[in-house]
Ligand binder design. Structure first.
Ligand SMILES: Cc1cc2nc3c(=O)[nH]c(=O)nc-3n(C[C@H](O)[C@H](O)[C@H](O)COP(=O)(O)O)c2cc1C
Length: 367
C-alpha cells in the first residue's frame, strides 16, 4: 500500500477519544425498531457487522428525541425515555466490542414527519408546504402535511429534548459521542433554509438567525453532556425532498455556518453532498468539505457523498476531510475498510435491499 492510502488507516483523536481509522459508517435510517421505538436484536447484529468489518466509527441512523413532533417514521428508534435508551445498550456494546467509536445521531423530523405515533399534525419553522412527496420506502405516501409554525415554547421544548436525549444516549446507552442532525431537510435544516423558514422573529431572516436553532441545540447538548464527549453537527445543502438546493449566500453562508459551529466548540462537522468532491457553489470552486475545514480548522471534518472507492476517499482526505463516511457502499460492503486494506474488490450497492421498505433484511445479516 502506498503512503497515500495509508492516511486512511491512520488513527485520529476526537476530543480525547481515539479513533482507529478514517472510515465511518454514514447514518442510515432502517426502520427496524419496535413500534414503540426500541432498538432491536436485528439492529444489534446489523451495526456490529460494520465494526467487525473495520469501520473506526459507526454513526447510527437518525434517532427521534421527544414524544411530541420529532418522530419521522414508523419503526424509527427513539431516545425519549429510559426504556428506549436501555434498548440501545446492546447495539452500543456490539459496536464498541470491535473498537469502533459509537456515535448516536439525534434528529427531529419537523415538517418531514410522515409516521409519528405521538402526533397527527406536523410542525416546522413556518407554515410552508414541504417540497416533494413522502418516502415510500419508509411507508409514506402522497405529499407531506402542511406544518404549523412552532411557538417559542415548542422551540424551547425541542432544544431541551435534544439535550435530554443526548444525556440518555451517553449516560444510559453508553454512546461515545453525539451527532446533531442539522442536515437533509429535517427540522434544524428547515430553520436554516431560507424558503422553509419565513419567520420574522429572531429565528428567521439573516443566515445568522436561521442558524440560531442549530447553535442553541448544540449549546444545550454540550451543556448536558459536558466537555469530554465528542459532539458534532451534520450539515448539508441538499435535502431528502430537495436534492439540488444551494445556500443563497453561497461561500459567505458556508463561512457563517462552519465558523459559528467552530466558535461554539463543535468537535466535528459532518458535511454531506451527493458527490462530496464537487464544487459546492461556483464551477471550479471549493467543495463543501474544503470550506468546512477552512472555516472550522480545529474541528474534525467528516465528509460524505459517494466516497466509497479508495481513490475518492484518499482525495477527500487531501481536500479537507479527516474522516470519510460511507452509506450505500457500507450496505454493500459492511467490511469495506478491511476489503480496501486487503485490496479486495468491493461489491456494488444493490438498491433492492431497500425495497419495498427499507427495513434491515435477513440477507444483510448474513454478509
Ligand atoms: C437507506 C438510507 C437511509 C439514510 N438515513 C439517513 C439518516 O437517518 N440520517 C442521515 O443523516 N442521513 C441518512 N442517509 C444519508 C446517508 O447518510 C448518506 O448521506 C447517503 O447515503 C450518501 O452517502 P453514500 O454516497 O456513501 O451512500 C440515508 C441514506 C440511505 C441510503
Amino acid at each position: 500500500m502506498n503512503s497515500d492510502t495509508s492516511a486512511l488507516f491512520a488513527p485520529i483523536d476526537i476530543n480525547g477519544h481515539a479513533v482507529k481509522n478514517r472510515f465511518s459508517v454514514a447514518p442510515m435510517t432502517r426502520i427496524t425498531a419496535t413500534e414503540d421505538g426500541r432498538a432491536t436484536e436485528t439492529m444489534t447484529r446489523y451495526y456490529e457487522r460494520f465494526a467487525r468489518g473495520g469501520f473506526g466509527t459507526v454513526i447510527t441512523e437518525g434517532i427521534y428525541v421527544d414524544q411530541a413532533f420529532s418522530q419521522g417514521y414508523v419503526h424509527q428508534p427513539g431516545m425519549t425515555d429510559d426504556v428506549q435508551a436501555n434498548a440501545w445498550k446492546s447495539v452500543v456494546r456490539g459496536i464498541k466490542a470491535h473498537g469502533a467509536l459509537a456515535i448516536a445521531q439525534l434528529m427531529h423530523a419537523g415538517a418531514l414527519a410522515q409516521g409519528n405515533r405521538f402526533r397527527d399534525a406536523t410542525v416546522g419553522p413556518s407554515s410552508v408546504q414541504p417540497k416533494g412527496e413522502q418516502m415510500k420506502f419508509y411507508h409514506g405516501k402522497d405529499r407531506y402535511a402542511l406544518p404549523a409554525p412552532m411557538t417559542e415554547t415548542q422551540i424551547a421544548d425541542a432544544i431541551g429534548s435534544f439535550a435530554a436525549s443526548a444525556a440518555r444516549a451517553v449516560v444510559m446507552a453508553g454512546f461515545d459521542g453525539i451527532e446533531i442532525h442539522g442536515a437533509n431537510g429535517y427540522l434544524l435544516d428547515q430553520f436554516l433554509t431560507d424558503y422553509s423558514n419565513t419567520r420574522s422573529d429572531r429565528w428567521g431572516g439573516a443566515t445568522e438567525n436561521r442558524l440560531r436553532l442549530i447553535l442553541e441545540t448544540f449549546n444545550a447538548v454540550r451543556a448536558k453532556v459536558g466537555d469530554q464527549i465528542p459532539v458534532g453537527v451534520r450539515i448539508s445543502q441538499g435535502k431528502v425532498n430537495d436534492y439540488h438546493h444551494k445556500w443563497s449566500g453561497a461561500e459567505r453562508d458556508a463561512e457563517i455556518i462552519f465558523g459559528s459551529l467552530a466558535d461554539a466548540g463543535a468537535d466535528f462537522i459532518h458535511v454531506t453532498e451527493f458527490e462530496a468532491w464537487q464544487p459546492a457553489f461556483a464551477p471550479r470552486g471549493p467543495s463543501l468539505m474544503h470550506l468546512a475545514k477552512r472555516y472550522a480548522p480545529k474541528a474534525t471534518i467528516f465528509a460524505n457523498g459517494s466516497l466509497h472507492t479508495i481513490e475518492r476517499a484518499v482525495d477527500a482526505l487531501n481536500d479537507g476531510a479527516d474522516i470519510v463516511t460511507i452509506g450505500r457502499g457500507a450496505l454493500a460492503n459492511p467490511d469495506l475498510p478491511k476489503r480496501l486494506s486487503d485490496r479486495r474488490v468491493l461489491d456494488d450497492f444493490d438498491p433492492t435491499i431497500l425495497g419495498p421498505v427499507a427495513d434491515i433484511k435477513a440477507s444483510e445479516l448474513a454478509m
